[in-house]
Design a protein around this ligand. Structure first.
Ligand SMILES: O=C(O)CCC(=O)C(=O)O
Ligand SMILES: [Fe+2]
Length: 297
């Protein structure tokens, strides 16, 4: 495997066995507060008046970006370690204020623990055709912008989903569109479900094949999250002559139960314009008008 700059062998082992790592205090509460205050204005909601929260869950568009390498260097360094070194990672990885806000989603339904039966399981990457070696989503990330207590909207994660997704993608060299994953079939192969709680400034780095789902927010404490993908410069490789596999690649080989794997994509790598992007283009105009009205545009 590749050598690391900041992660310990214990952390790499944890990533290989559990599929994720949690990093703490990656950015300040003040920075988070600044962006969240603007988000409330963009939404047109009063944070202190839940009756103004028209929608329980909103996936907002991005207005502002901050480069991770300078804002949260420990995240950048850890991401590079998991991806096999900085030279393999697309520069410019940034955090944005494209918040996925969960204010009170599903507060009208009884609480459901994460399980095969809970809805919404998916693999991230609604913007490209997926292959076993896809470079578009090198890592899945959960950037936590508000304190999250149990039952407070923390993302559900199927910790043992990487093997099922790896096998599926290995069997589909022609590629799979984002909406073509047989999610229920894949989640039926999983047993280990958790709810990710955390503190403002935590960042969870997960294997890109990790199935996850949004949860209900029964606490009605506003939950702010972003999930920017880290891009690779080149597709992953599972048949390296020098065996310099990144931990992400190694996790796939472990999942397939092989030492190397000669994967050849037979379909073409294509971009998909998700419906989300079209929706967010419209949202941006409304949000800009609210910022202008507050003299913040
Ligand atoms: O809201 C969440 O907890 C997760 C959202 C998510 O996974 C997504 O939008 O892709
Ligand atoms: Fe997701």
């Amino acid at each position: 495997m590749t050598s690391t700059k900041v992660l310990s062998s214990g952390q790499i082992e944890q990533f290989l066995t559990q599929g994720y790592l949690i990093l703490h205090d990656c950015f300040s509460r003040e920075f988070a507060q600044e962006w969240k205050e603007r988000a409330w204005i963009r939404l047109g909601y009063d944070p202190d008046a839940p009756t103004t929260w028209e929608k329980g869950r909103i996936h907002m568009p991005a207005h502002q970006r901050a480069e991770v390498q300078s804002l949260a260097p420990q995240v950048w360094d850890a991401a590079c370690d998991l991806l096999g070194g900085e030279e393999r990672v697309q520069p410019g990885f940034s955090f944005s204020d494209a918040f996925i806000v969960n204010l009170r989603d599903g507060d009208d339904r009884p609480w459901q623990e994460p399980s095969r039966q809970t809805p919404g399981w998916h693999k991230d990457g609604d913007f490209f055709r997926h292959f076993l070696d896809s470079p578009e989503q090198g890592l899945l990330t959960l950037v936590i912008w508000s304190d999250i207590e149990p039952r407070g909207g923390g993302t559900f994660v199927a910790r043992d989903s990487v093997p099922a997704v790896s096998r599926f993608l290995a069997q589909h060299p022609a590629g799979v569109l984002p909406n073509q994953f047989p999610t229920q079939e894949l989640i039926d192969q999983c047993h280990d479900f958790i709810e990710v709680t955390g503190r403002t400034g935590d960042v969870v780095l997960l294997h890109p094949f990790m199935l996850h789902a949004s949860s209900q927010n029964h606490l009605k404490v506003p939950r702010f999250l972003t999930n920017p993908p880290v891009h690779l410069k080149e597709p992953m490789q599972f048949n390296r002559t020098d065996a310099a596999y990144s931990p992400v690649e190694q996790a796939v080989l472990n999942a397939l139960g092989v030492e190397h794997f000669d994967f050849q994509a037979t379909g073409s790598r294509e971009k998909v314009v998700p419906e989300r992007v079209l929706r967010q283009r419209k949202m941006i105009e409304d949000e800009q008008a609210r910022l202008a009205a507050a003299n913040l545009a």
